[in-house]
Design a protein around this ligand. Sequence first.
Ligand SMILES: Cc1ncc(COP(=O)(O)O)c(C=O)c1O
Length: 367
Amino acid sequence: MIHRVKATINLSALNNNLKVARSHAKNRKVVAVIKGNAYGHGLIPVAEALQDADTFGVTDVDEADLLAASGNTKPILILQGIIERADINRIAKVGYQVVIHHFEQLAWLEKELAKINLTKPLSIWLKMNSGMGRLGITPTDYVKTYQNLQNKAWCKEVILMTHLANANLIDSDLNQHQLSTFSKITQELPDSATSIPASSGLLAGIGDNTDWVRPGIMLYGSSPFPFSDEHLRREAFGLHAVMTLQSNLISIQNCKAGDNVGYCSQFICPQDMRIGIVSIGYADGYPSNAPNGTPVLINGKRTVTVGRVSMDMIGIDLSDLAEAKIGDTVTLWDDELSLDEVAEHTGILSYNLTCSIAQRVEKAYSN
Ligand SMILES: Cc1ncc(COP(=O)(O)O)c(C=O)c1O
């Protein structure tokens, strides 16, 4: 029996998904994006499992240091680069690769590295804001920033990168706009490696002619595309679920038509019903806005949630599941019931669902 709530992380599925990424990447190199505690799956075990990646992408120097301290020997790329000047000493000490997306970061590097006896020059990923509107040097300033970097003794190489805003919306005009903006500017810099696609660009073949790809969500077995498009669901790509989230049935109520279930009368029984109470709630990371009708599995059979999600409990409909009993395992998502389907019901991105798994949830790793 599960001790309340358990998230089981399937490391073979993770490796399968990296193979899928590699098959789409062909001979391009892969930055496996494991930022955000590997999208909630656990930074270190995920990195240890993904030994076929070329480089790991993390958010900041804190995540980079955690990974380095675990004995990791692969290159680590810090995707947000330098957040404060004090990061630079730590970056130089280990030799992390860093994204530069702002002039301020460049100025900080200049000043801080002048004080340090750097043993190995750094690999810099120069990010262009080609239309994402989040991070990056403008296309106008890009070439001169690149040339400035090329002249620095502390800079080993510059990798040219940009990030697509709408690659999961395959027909979006913004994709072509971003690709042409990036290629127009970078064709002046033919000697440097380039990097564009994350999972959606990689799977949809958008930004195909770059040297590096940066998949994240697909590694965790989720399709980046809208669930409404059946042809673009995870099965279509051969991706396997990495996280299985489970809990226990802790109570059963035999309700009458008109009875209330849970807070704020979000569910009133339309007829006599058998209602199960499961020991999982928003304090475990189950989304608080899951509406009545969100799918779950009990003993492998599908049913749905009823009533508002509480801090540590949800209600489920057991009316057609006479054999269900207290202590039975309830699955919130797994390989049968996809995270993407739960995301569709709740309006919460699959990224957000796994990242929200709470500290108190027991994590187990399987092969
Ligand atoms: C710069 C960059 N590259 C790659 C990724 C991975 O994206 P995805 O998880 O959609 O594959 C992210 C994620 O947000 C990112 O910010």
